[in-house]
Structures are given as structure tokens and as C-alpha cells.
Design a protein around this ligand. Structure first.
Ligand code: GAL
Length: 727
């Protein structure tokens, strides 16, 4: 006979609890929305943690900057509809959703786009905000998991937390919201069984571990783009690169010596390959995993001489590093009390949230790099590897002197590291342009672009579309390729990214010599190398022609928060057809880019309302329309909006402090049109003290004119050598 161990039939009934054990639902009347500035509110729920993204903001918020935006709309939901709970697990917030609303954002998701899509329709999904070095998963983990989203209803929400929060975008059904509307049908396949549950009422549920409360910041519209701009201005405004940062960057092989670096750098000059920045990978240091942060005496016996020689060839320098500090580093002992309690690759994890840890690290880097004239850094490995069986990084339980734990530090380390490395250059009044592999909320003012080891071109292009939802910059880098077609398509996409980088850290020769990594390192030259070299030069020249246009787009990012590269849905909020377009993107005010992918000789392109011109053929199309375009391998499809003056520069090979671009003002369409170019010294922060000007190129329908306004007094940046009409 079976004895019912652990099984209990007929147990006495337990009365139902009035609320789940250890959970407190806060009485809703106490919820208040505190105005922060025009169209921005803070809603404080429970007792927020002290160490959050707003505590570590990268730049001050100037409420006056909001005057460039449309008048704000009212708070998008009634405060009584907000439900807040906290328990031993942490806290949660429920916000009402309109069944038709669509959500975007949450950082740099290269696999996800429209965040109410769950692979089976618009039924909502979970997005999990945890930093990872493998962003191409469909949970929302990424190099930059940002707790900020925007809605097609025209508002944005920042959840001010450094925890690994989960957002359920309309796929959970609180019992008290009534009948959820499940089908209730028995199923005979798992597809049927788990098919999308489209709920009648939608709720945004935010789950935040560990915290007893949280601040929400709500950003008003009227459109999603207005909400994004408000968020970017609240962050402190978008960054402006040094002018040279918009040129091309080449990164040499990891173990190149000074002699090898300068030899290849010289070769690029002889080939007239446009290049502004030379990237040093780990081998400039004596120890690199973890990092000594000192020059290797054998490979770089004379760092000053090397820097001078590279500057002499008109290269700026960018040096790779990560923060984990090797025992041989001269700052190791001083840093020890200001580091976390776990090592990474045998190195200390500096606590950049303490002023001491930050200062020790800064002073050393200033001496070793910036003081020698190195212009920028690539901040590697500051993401995480949470799903690995053998992760390299520090555990979530780590403790840091600032009070941050490992989970919070994983979220914030990228932002803190960027700030740490930016401040010494700000003190030297030198702008910088760098790379980083982890970022988070309020990052718009940071002049660093996120990159990844992952290499899927479709994901790369999606990254370009989504970066603009969350105040981030993204570069889909180019290294080796499986075919010439793959190489060209990658390179073309990059020409429209915030940075153009050929990252040959594991290749001795440039990819135009050999695209295959193994053959490249054996020195085998592709038979078509001469032709490819010429075609790559032409492609890179296209980027150089775009520099004045891009520089103006970045100035708009700073002043108005308008993301320089963004998804179409931000520009056409009323057009429902753009809501799922993640393989086209906008650059600046007027360029629509629709890359071709490997295996495609043609693709369909959606052109929203208005007239558009194919850049290559100058053919005119009237949107909204879907067209089929085909392009040869050397061309990437892109379109210019009618009513645009496109400042097309004669390509230079590198940008000097006194470079003046010769520009053809290309007028697209019949109507009057204008564009405003941005002028300043290109390298310092003097623009913030007024040393900047706007050059407006205006076409009145019959002739062009130029007007300059502002106080920049240096050498002219642009000379309009011709006006050209395209219609
Ligand atoms: C990787 C990084 C690469 C390269 C390499 C050098 O982590 O993503 O771009 O810098 O390190 O070791």
C-alpha cells in the first residue's frame, strides 16, 4: 500500500489571503507626477535605490534646451491607473497600455525592433535588460540595455534603475484587469498551444529585482520623436564628434609593433586610401588581458616618437584597453582599495563610481595616453557574459566601494568608464571620439560608439535603425568577409554609421588586399586586389563626401536631441507601414538608406510620403510607395528627400584642423530648399562658449545663396564651389 508521503488529500481549506504574502500594493492616491521641466515628469514609487542612472548622469540637463521642441502634450496616462508593488523580490510597476500602441527602444537590440512583437504577432513580449557580449538573442539583452522606451502614442518612459529589469510589453494579464480573453481551445500542436495571446486589455509590467522602489521619468510627445528628443536633451544633449572623427578609422593587427603600424599607415597614404584615425589594438601594452596600461618596451620602444610620426602622417590615434588592471600596472596598488572584490583576468575591477578610483585611473591614462597626444580610446570588454558557463567578468554578487553591487555595476560600468576617460580630455579642451562595448541610460552626451564581435549584417543594420530610440551610437564594423559581395555590402552600410571602422585586429593586411582571414595572415594577395583597392577607395570617398552633412546632423543631435541615425518610424509616426521597417534607416534630415544584403541583386524599398530621388540614377519617386531597386555591387541604395540641399564635399584623404571642404550644393526637387552647415574649430569645446557658426545654404527656386550666423572666427570650413539641380 502506498503511503501518501508528501501528498495530502482532503487538506483543510486555507482562507484566501487578501493580498499575496509579503507583497504590498501601494495605495494609488499617493502617486504623484512631479514636473521636472516642460513635458517631463518624475513619478516616485516606493523608496528608490540611491545608485541609479540619473545619479551618474554624464552631463547636466539644461531645461532651456527644450524650447527647440514642439509644445509638450499632457501626461499620457492617469496616475490612478499605475500599480506599484514591492516585496522581498524587488518591486514592480504596471502602466496602462492602449491595445493598439506599439513600443520601441530598450537600448541596442540587434535582433528586436518593434517591442510588442513576440515573433507571433503584436501580442507583447518580455524584454530582459541585462548587458551581454552576445546581443543577438531575442530576449533583449544587449551591449546597451537601456530602461527607456517610447510608444506610438507619443511618449517615452525612463525607468531609473541599474537592475536587470524585465519589461512585459502587453503580454501579462493582471487578474483585477478582468477577463484577459484567452481562446481556451484545446490544442494538438505546440504552435497552437503557445500561440500569441492577444489580450483584450494591455498592461506594461516592469519587474525590478532587489529595489524597494523606483523613479519613472515620463517624456511627452506629441510624437515618439519628440519624446526621444526630450529624453536626449534630458540626458544632456547629443555628443558632437571632433570633425576628424567622421572620417575613416583603420585598426591594425593586435600585435603590431610601432614599426609595423607605421609601415602599414604609410602604405595607406601611398594608396590614397582615406583614413583619419589609426587604432592600436592590445599589443601597445606590455600586458593586455588584464591590462598593464603601459607601453610595451619591445614593440613600442619610443612612444613619443611613434605618436609624432603618426601625427606627421596626419593620423589621429586611438588606443585599445579594458579597465581590468594587471598586477604589473603602476596603479595596481593604489587602485586596490577602490576596486571590486573579484578580479577579472587576474586584474582589478576599478570602481569608477568612486572619485578616488576614477582619479587614479584618469591620471595614469592622462600621462600614458592623452598627454602623449593620443586622441581617443576603445573601451573593450566592459560588457558581460551572463549566459556563458565560464564567464570572464565579475559575478553579480560582487561588492564595490561605492556601494554598487555586481549587477548594478554591470549595467553602469560602460557609462562610468566612458565618463572616466572623457573627463581628462575635457580638461585638456580636446574633443574625442571613441569606442565602447557597453552602455546604458542617459548616454547621448558620451562621444563613444558601441561595437560588437557579433557579425550578422542584418543585425548590424537593425542596430543602426534602433540606436536612435535610446540615445546610443552604433557602428557595424568590418573585418574579414566570406565573399567580396559580403565585404562590399558591409562596408557600404558602415559609410552611413556614426563611425566608419575597418577593424583588422586579427588581420595583418587590409581586407582589400585579402578578405579571407587565414590567407590574409599568410600574406596571400587576392587576384582582384588592385580593382578592389580602387573600389574601396571610391566607397570611402563617399563617406568623406558626407562629412559636412553628418557634422550638421551631429550638431542637431546636440542642440535638439534629434538622433543622427534612426528608424523611419520616428520620422513618419502616422504611417503604420513604417512600424516594422528595420532594414532601412534615416541619416540626418534627408537621407533614407536601404542596404542590399548578401545574395540580393534587388530589394523592395518603402518610400514614405513625399518625393524622393535615387542618389545614383537621380530618378524621382513619389511616396508613399514601395519600389524595387537593383544596384551593382559597388553601390548601396539610398534616397534623398525632395526639398533638400545636400552639401556634397569633394573627398579629402584626412581632415586637418584647418580643412575647408569644397562643397557642391545639390538641390533636390523644384521647391525652395535649404540646409544649415555647422562650423567650429572641430577639435575643442569652445563651441559651448559660443565659438560656432551656422552656414545656411538656401535655394529660393531660382538661385542659391549663403548666410553665415554665429561667432566662430577661425578659418572657413566650407566653400560652395557650385550649385547643382536634381529634379
Ligand atoms: C575584442 C574586441 C575586438 C578586439 C579584440 C582585441 O574583445 O571586440 O574588437 O579589440 O578584443 O583583443
Amino acid at each position: 500500500m502506498l503511503t501518501g508521503i508528501g501528498v495530502c488529500f482532503g487538506a483543510p481549506a486555507t482562507p484566501p489571503p487578501t493580498s499575496p504574502a509579503s507583497t504590498t500594493a501601494t495605495a494609488t492616491p499617493t502617486i504623484r507626477a512631479e514636473p521636472v521641466a516642460a513635458g517631463i515628469w518624475r513619478i516616485r514609487l516606493g523608496e528608490p535605490e540611491p545608485l541609479t542612472p540619473t545619479r551618474y548622469r554624464s552631463a547636466p540637463f539644461a531645461p532651456d534646451s527644450l524650447t527647440t521642441l514642439a509644445a509638450p502634450t499632457p501626461l499620457p496616462f492617469a496616475l490612478e491607473q499605475i500599480v506599484f508593488r514591492h516585496s522581498r523580490r524587488g518591486c514592480s510597476v504596471e502602466l496602462p497600455m492602449d491595445p493598439a500602441e506599439r513600443i520601441y527602444g530598450f537600448g541596442l537590440n540587434t535582433r528586436l525592433f518593434e517591442m510588442t512583437q513576440n515573433g507571433k504577432g503584436n501580442a507583447g513580449r518580455r524584454v530582459f535588460l541585462r548587458p551581454t557580449d552576445h546581443p543577438e538573442n531575442d530576449l533583449g539583452e544587449s551591449h546597451a540595455p537601456v530602461p527607456f522606451y517610447v510608444s506610438t502614442r507619443g511618449y517615452g518612459v525612463l525607468v531609473d534603475t541599474a537592475r536587470y529589469a524585465s519589461f512585459f510589453t502587453g503580454n501579462v494579464a493582471p487578474v483585477k484587469s478582468g477577463d484577459a480573453g484567452g481562446s481556451g481551445e484545446a490544442a494538438s500542436t505546440t504552435t497552437e498551444l503557445y500561440q500569441a495571446r492577444t489580450l483584450r486589455k494591455k498592461t506594461m509590467l516592469v519587474e525590478i529585482p532587489a529595489a524597494g522602489g523606483v523613479d519613472l521619468y515620463v517624456f511627452s510627445g506629441p510624437t515618439m520623436l519628440d519624446a526621444v528628443q526630450r529624453y536626449n536633451l534630458f540626458s544632456g544633449g547629443g555628443c558632437v564628434p571632433p570633425l576628424w572623427g567622421l572620417g575613416i578609422e583603420y585598426r591594425g593587427a593586435g600585435k603590431f609593433s610601432a614599426a609595423e603600424s607605421s609601415a602599414l599607415a604609410r602604405q595607406l597614404r601611398e594608396q590614397h586610401m582615406p583614413c583619419d584615425v589609426w587604432g592600436l589594438e592590445p599589443g601597445w601594452q606590455s600586458k593586455a588581458y588584464s591590462c598593464s596600461l603601459v607601453w610595451d618596451e619591445k614593440r613600442f620602444p619610443d612612444p613619443d616618437g611613434f605618436v609624432a610620426a603618426m601625427h606627421g602622417m596626419n593620423y589621429r590615434l586611438n588606443a585599445w584597453q579594458h579597465a581590468f588592471t594587471h598586477p604589473t600596472s603602476p596603479i595596481h596598488a593604489a587602485l586596490r582599495p577602490w576596486s571590486g572584490d573579484f578580479q577579472v583576468w587576474g586584474g582589478l575591477v576599478p570602481d569608477f563610481a568612486t572619485s578616488e578610483g576614477r582619479r587614479i585611473f584618469q591620471q595614469h591614462n592622462d600621462r600614458v595616453l592623452f598627454g602623449k597626444g593620443v586622441e581617443g580610446v576603445k573601451l573593450d570588454e566592459c560588457d558581460h557574459q551572463p549566459t556563458s558557463a565560464n564567464p570572464w567578468s565579475f559575478p553579480d554578487v560582487s561588492a564595490f566601494p561605492s556601494g554598487l553591487d555586481g549587477e548594478q555595476m554591470h549595467s553602469l560600468i560602460g557609462v562610468l568608464y566612458q565618463q572616466t576617460m572623457l573627463e581628462p580630455l575635457q580638461q585638456r579642451n580636446r574633443r574625442t571620439w571613441g569606442l565602447v562595448r557597453n552602455s546604458h541610460a542617459l548616454a547621448a552626451p558620451l562621444p563613444y560608439t558601441i561595437y560588437s564581435d557579433e557579425y550578422d549584417l542584418r543585425c548590424y543594420v537593425r542596430g543602426l535603425a534602433v540606436q536612435g530610440f535610446s540615445g546610443l551610437l552604433w557602428v557595424p564594423e568590418v573585418r574579414d568577409s566570406v565573399s567580396l559581395e559580403d565585404f562590399y555590402r558591409r562596408l557600404q552600410v558602415q559609410l552611413f554609421a556614426p563611425q566608419t571602422i575597418i577593424d583588422c585586429w586579427y588581420m595583418n593586411n587590409p581586407p582589400w588586399v585579402q578578405i579571407d582571414r587565414a590567407k590574409n595572415n599568410r600574406g596571400e594577395v587576392m587576384p582582384e586586389s588592385a580593382r578592389v583597392t580602387a573600389e574601396v577607395r571610391t566607397l570611402l570617398q563617399l563617406r568623406m563626401s558626407l562629412v559636412p552633412y553628418l557634422y550638421a546632423a551631429f550638431n542637431a543631435y546636440r542642440v535638439t536631441g534629434l538622433p543622427p541615425v534612426r528608424a523611419l518610424v520616428l520620422d513618419w509616426p502616422a504611417d503604420t507601414r513604417v512600424r516594422t521597417i528595420d532594414d532601412q534607416f534615416m541619416v540626418g534630415p534627408a537621407l533614407l538608406v536601404a542596404p542590399l544584403f548578401v545574395g540580393e541583386t534587388q530589394r523592395s524599398v518603402y518610400l514614405p510620403a513625399g518625393d524622393w530621388y535615387d542618389f545614383w540614377t537621380r530618378e524621382k519617386f513619389t511616396g508613399p510607395t514601395t519600389i524595387t531597386v537593383s544596384k551593382p555591387l559597388e553601390q548601396i541604395p539610398f534616397f534623398v528627400k525632395a526639398g533638400t540641399v545636400l552639401p556634397w564635399a569633394d573627398p579629402v584623404e584626412w581632415i586637418q584642423d584647418n580643412t575647408c571642404f569644397d562643397v557642391v550644393a545639390r538641390v533636390y526637387g523644384d521647391q525652395p530648399a535649404e540646409c544649415t552647415l555647422y562650423e567650429d574649430d572641430g577639435v575643442t569645446f569652445d563651441f559651448a562658449r559660443g565659438a560656432q557658426s551656422q552656414l545656411t545654404l538656401r535655394w529660393d527656386g531660382a538661385k542659391g545663396s549663403e548666410t553665415r550666423a554665429g561667432a566662430y572666427a577661425g578659418p572657413a570650413r566650407y566653400r560652395v564651389r557650385a550649385w547643382e539641380r536634381i529634379r
